[in-house]
Design a protein around this ligand. Sequence first.
Ligand SMILES: [Zn+2]
Length: 307
Amino acid sequence: MMKAIMYHYVRKESAAYPYFKFLHIDDFKKQLDFFENEYSILHPNILHEKDAKRGVVLTFDDGVKDHIEFVLPELVKRNLSGIFYISTGMYAKQKLLDVHRLHILLGKFGGEFIYQEIKKFVNDDMLIDAHVEEFRKLTYTSQKNDEYTILVKRMMNYFISYHYREAAMDELMNRFIPDEKKLFDEFYLSKNEIKKIHDAGMIIGSHTANHKVMSKLSVAEQEKEINESFLFIDEIIGKQSSRTFCYPYGGFHTFTADTEKLLEQYNCSYSFNVEPRDIELHDLEHRRQVLPRYDCNLFPHGKTRVN
Ligand SMILES: [Zn+2]
């Protein structure tokens, strides 16, 4: 049946970010070869039909520069189309989203170093009550760099209250990556580039405004995230006849029944979760706002490299 595949960073190695995890462009090309040979790569508009064909749909999250520099040329060359899910809230602020600040800090300094730094100013009071115990347990189990990375991500993406997170990340960035504005321009697609990707026949979808875990937000806050991001996209590429969305981080714990309802209200034709299984007819007929999607690393050539 139909498989949706999720990609994030697709790039080449960089000496400045020795711990950065990414899919190498050469591996991306090999994986596209694999999908073209073993299945076929379908136009995303197939998802409007209630008919689960055999084939693969490609999706690219987070609106990073990689998508115009490496992904778009490759898709155009192969006459393929994919869905590009962008967050939008950072353009007004001209500050990187916290999720990406974390990737950059971890990519530059590694998990253990960043973990030790964060520990200096994140305390129990800043954590969501329900996570304090979990946080303590985890604190003493990690040893390897990779495990520290997982811990840092959990702490900053899930455990910490949003009330404290931005200030904590501001602090880290000021200390270790002072020229954030320059990095911003290098890191994200510009509005023009988003338009260019759309004009090349790709689908642009919403990945919220600020890439927060939707289930951590009130319904009103969730609605704001959805509404603002669609308004931003409409402004760049014009109002489209259909809309699509994908949940930040993904997984059933990252959204609620209210999120699904809101997406219906905002005329979303379909939305993606992260769940490693095929899209079945049943999903398209009955639960269009929670379509399953595989991480690319579950298929040949899809493993991330670290420089
Ligand atoms: Zn994302």
